[in-house]
Ligand binder design. Structure first.
Ligand code: ADP
Ligand code: NI
Length: 220
């Protein structure tokens, strides 16, 4: 099987698996991350195959849906890549990216070493901000049965992944605990540029939200 056939086989598998997902981590999220990662990769000297595989497989078994197990994604991705007899060097690179792609809290450092991984992380994070990011965030909050906003519960800057995982705060808090922090955590020049426009849009959205609520924007 050549590389194009592998990508299109894995794409179909993931599409089938995620088409009915309803927490904002559905097939179309993966599709957007895949497209955007390819676009960012164009202006960087990287292994395009690794970028595409990691983008398609990055949410295959997210910790949020696997009892907090942050190794489940890498394991599931490896199993699928082995079915396609992908070479070990590529598999190891992709698994390493999937193991490190997630946001783990405001006070927890990102440890993405490869440029391929940094590109996939930027694409994933860009889909968490802006108009689509806002939609996904409320979809996730609804999926989890969270209130939109509760003025008595203030956002928290989590200093460990464990604390971040346990969080059950209202959805608006997620903007302060993650989404508004992403623009300063972009890895690539293209990522930074797109993030800054999407960030401004979220700020104006929040201003309108709090105007309508007749309340002050939250402070951390
Ligand atoms: P990452 O890709 O960095 O691991 P996640 O998969 O945790 O990010 O989150 C992806 C998206 O899911 C978020 O950007 C947000 O839209 C939604 N989400 C995740 N956690 C929460 C939360 N606690 N409250 C609201 N939305 C959330
Ligand atoms: Ni994702």
């Amino acid at each position: 099987m050549d590389k194009n056939e592998v990508i299109s086989g894995i794409k179909s598998k993931i599409e089938q698996q995620f088409i009915h997902e309803s927490s904002g981590h559905d097939w179309w999220h993966i599709y957007r991350v895949w497209k955007l990662a390819k676009k960012i990769a164009k202006s960087e000297a990287v292994d395009q195959y690794v970028v595409e595989l990691a983008a398609l497989l990055h949410d295959i078994a997210d910790w949020k849906f696997n009892d907090g197990d942050d190794k489940a994604g890498g394991i599931a991705a490896r199993a699928l890549m082995e079915e396609y007899t992908i070479d070990e060097e590529t598999i190891a690179k992709v698994v390493d990216i999937i193991d490190h792609v997630s946001y783990k809290g405001a006070g927890v450092h990102d440890e993405m070493k490869s440029l391929e991984g940094q590109i996939v992380q930027d694409a994933d994070r860009l889909d968490a901000i802006g108009a689509i990011g806002i939609a996904r965030t409320f979809a996730y909050g609804g999926f989890k049965g969270r209130p939109l906003y509760d003025p008595s519960i203030v956002p928290v800057m989590h200093h460990s992944f464990e604390a971040y995982k346990k969080n059950v705060a209202p959805t608006i808090n997620h903007f302060y605990e993650k989404l508004l922090l992403l623009k300063d955590r972009m890895n690539t020049k293209t990522g930074k540029k797109i993030a800054s426009q999407r960030h401004e849009f979220m700020l104006s959205y929040l201003k309108q939200f709090f105007d309508e609520w007749d309340s002050e924007p939250q402070k951390t």
